[in-house]
Design a protein around this ligand. Structure first.
Ligand SMILES: [Cu+2]
Length: 296
């Protein structure tokens, strides 16, 4: 059985292209074409999933937030790869398949509109964007982004003070019960870390491993952002509007703290370090730095 297929032919006398309807492709040929298409699409999916699961572009995972965030990244990465590889193949195929042949002179015919194609390329991206949006919401919720902010922060200097934003993660970890409370001040162009329990200020953030840290952050001047790539967390620090950031480090080591909000001419140099230590090492550091209590 033959199928009706539209082909372009050149009108010899007028040197123009016409659309002619002629029977050329058999059902078998069309089936073969579809099989090739399905094979190529499967291959694109297989390659994308393989790269997504085997190529790691992210730094070490050093907080309990990191694996949660990386789940989302993996999905975004694989989705991006499928689109990128698929589009690249389509472009390269089209370059060869539809290139100008020697006997072709003049413009191609003007094609206008294809409703079914437009419906397909609207529905597919809409579904992808909707699913990614829902999944991102779920990840943000699991990271503690949707937790209530204005309760149960014994560290806060005045309980009535409004916390404006932040990631308030709670973990099932028993140790999370005794949070380490730190107050962060950001200014052009440095971070300062105040340890209220030890009554001292440090330029380096030291925290014990596997223990929940609860930070209240305020800016002295402009908007800054506290970002630790290895922890997969970032939170803006805003003048006059305290924000909080809770996290639990899981890996001993030294990681960069980077200001992630363009805050002035030396923004690029606004960095500090977070040092995650074993509890005994942390206690040693803390006791060395803490100021003796003065009884008046
Ligand atoms: Cu800054």
């Amino acid at each position: 059985m033959n199928l009706n297929v539209f082909l372009l032919t050149k009108d010899a006398g007028l040197n123009k292209w016409n659309i002619l309807s002629i029977n050329t492709i058999s059902r078998d040929q069309l089936l073969n074409k579809n099989i090739y298409l399905i094979l190529i699409i499967s291959l694109v999916f297989a390659i994308s999933f393989w790269i997504g699961f085997n190529v790691n572009l992210l730094p070490a995972e050093a907080s309990i937030n990191a694996p949660i965030y990386d789940e989302l990244f993996k999905i975004l990465f694989i989705t991006g790869l499928i689109i990128f590889i698929g589009m690249t193949i389509a472009v390269i195929y089209s370059l060869f398949k539809f290139r100008k042949r020697n006997d072709q002179i003049g413009d191609g015919i003007a094609l206008e509109g294809n409703l079914s194609l437009e419906i397909v390329w609207t529905i597919i991206p809409s579904i992808i964007v909707l699913l990614i949006g829902l999944y991102s919401y779920n990840i943000y919720d699991r990271m503690g982004g949707m937790k209530e902010l204005n309760h149960n922060h014994e560290m806060m200097s005045s309980n009535s003070e409004k916390i404006w934003a932040g990631i308030s993660q709670t973990s099932d970890n028993e140790k999370a019960m005794n949070n380490l409370s730190i107050e962060v001040s950001a200014m052009q162009f440095a971070f300062l870390f105040n340890y209220p329990k030890g009554n001292f200020i440090s330029g380096e953030l030291h925290v014990p491993v596997d223990q929940k840290v609860s930070m209240k952050m305020e800016s002295k001047d402009v908007i800054h952002a506290f970002w630790v790539p290895e922890f997969r967390i970032k939170q803006d620090i805003i003048p006059g509007q305290p924000t909080i950031l809770n996290f639990t480090p899981t890996k001993v080591g030294k990681y960069p703290i980077i200001c992630a909000e363009l805050c002035g001419p030396y923004h690029g140099g606004m960095r500090a370090s977070i040092i995650v230590q074993e509890e005994s090492d942390y206690n040693e550091w803390f006791n060395k730095n803490k100021k003796p209590e003065v009884n008046l």
